[in-house]
Design a protein around this ligand. Structure first.
Ligand SMILES: Nc1ncnc2c1ncn2[C@@H]1O[C@H](COP(=O)(O)OP(=O)(O)OP(=O)(O)O)[C@@H](O)[C@H]1O
Ligand SMILES: [Mg+2]
Length: 313
């Protein structure tokens, strides 16, 4: 298997050993690994069958490094502590001498990512609010337990029977955050997660939910840019009023301005508070927000790469 991914730190490429053998077709413990579903930045996700015929998803680090192994353990521990209908369900965490890395076994979610949904069809106002509300429900639940996800973005949200949040690879307990972290996905990263000194907290995830809402309501991202440029803009500029990108009224401008506030202290601290005010602002505003031309989103807006940034102290 060739090296597929790398992480960049201070412009230096860091590499680890890829898993030496493909897991495809192998039986590990009670799981027969049938198909690769995705190859994310950090993990590879497979579809597998249990020995009782049930289907599960299995995630394993793409590269075996000390850091990736520790991160997979942390992800499993956090996921195992959560139980919510809008969060992927933990099943097992398996270390086997047959593989160099542990396997995180989860509920298999049948569906498409929200990223795919947004890019491929227009989403009506009612469905849009259901989606945002279910993400907010998941966030409200985990935030009450002190867990911050740190990578809320449409690729980590699966749309099936209901919305399910996946990828707790960067998740952390708020109490264990001693300084700012610098991993995430550029276009959804609040300034305190990216480039400005500050502590990550529940409002950091609320910012990312705000970016998703802005995108779903207006068809645009608040900020465009490549790599660090977008982080610098997020930290240095106010997000453009959503009325400059859509048919929004002043109430919606205020709510979106607050959820995307650069200063974490001025932002909504809770996803549910944001959603409640968003609903009211939409009730008072125009019924259709998306300009005709904005139904198809601009490509490259999603800041795919998960990159470790230089620490700018
Ligand atoms: N339980 C699951 N059921 C179905 N599909 C899943 C499941 N978990 C993850 N996926 C799919 O696999 C993709 C990659 O998984 P995940 O996001 O956990 O990996 P990652 O490497 O941490 O991702 P990233 O690219 O965000 O770094 C997800 O975007 C999703 O499409
Ligand atoms: Mg992911």
């Amino acid at each position: 298997m060739s090296l597929r991914r790398s992480t960049t730190m201070l412009g230096v490429t860091r590499s680890g050993a890829p898993l030496s053998d493909s897991l495809l077709g192998r039986k590990i413990g009670r799981y027969l690994i049938e198909e690769q579903i995705a190859d994310g930045g950090q993990g590879t996700v497979y579809r597998a069958k249990t020995d009782t015929g049930g289907m599960v998803a299995i995630k394993t680090p793409t590269l075996v490094t000390e850091e990736s192994l520790a991160s997979m353990g942390r992800e499993a521990e956090i996921l195992a502590s959560l139980n919510h209908p809008n969060i992927v369900r933990f099943i097992d965490f398996l270390a086997s001498s047959e593989v160099q890395a542990p396997l995180l076994v989860m509920e298999l979610i049948e569906g498409i990512t929200l990223e795919h949904l947004i890019k491929t069809r227009s989403i009506g106002p009612k469905e849009r609010m259901t989606i945002l509300n279910e993400i907010a429900e998941a966030l409200g639940y985990m935030h009450d337990k002190g867990v911050v996800h740190c990578d809320i973005k449409p690729e980590n949200i699966i749309f099936g029977d209901r919305i399910k949040l996946v990828d707790f690879g960067l998740a952390t307990y708020q109490e264990s955050i001693t300084d700012r972290r610098n991993m995430g996905t550029f276009h959804y990263m609040a300034p305190e997660q990216g480039i400005v000194m500050g502590s990550i907290c529940t409002a950091t995830d609320v910012y990312a939910l705000g970016v998703i809402a802005y995108r779903m309501l207006s068809g645009s991202m608040p900020f465009y840019g490549i790599g660090l440029d977008v982080l610098v803009r997020q930290a240095a500029e106010d997000a453009p009023a959503i009325s400059s990108r859509s048919l929004a009224g002043p109430d919606l401008d205020r709510v979106m301005g607050k959820v995307l506030h650069r200063d974490v202290r001025e932002r909504y601290q809770s996803a549910k508070d944001f959603l409640a005010e968003l609903v009211l602002a939409l009730e008072n505003g125009p019924t259709s927000l998306l300009p005709q031309s904005a139904v198809v989103l601009v490509d490259g807006a999603d800041g795919h790469a998960r990159t470790r940034l230089p620490v700018l102290d």
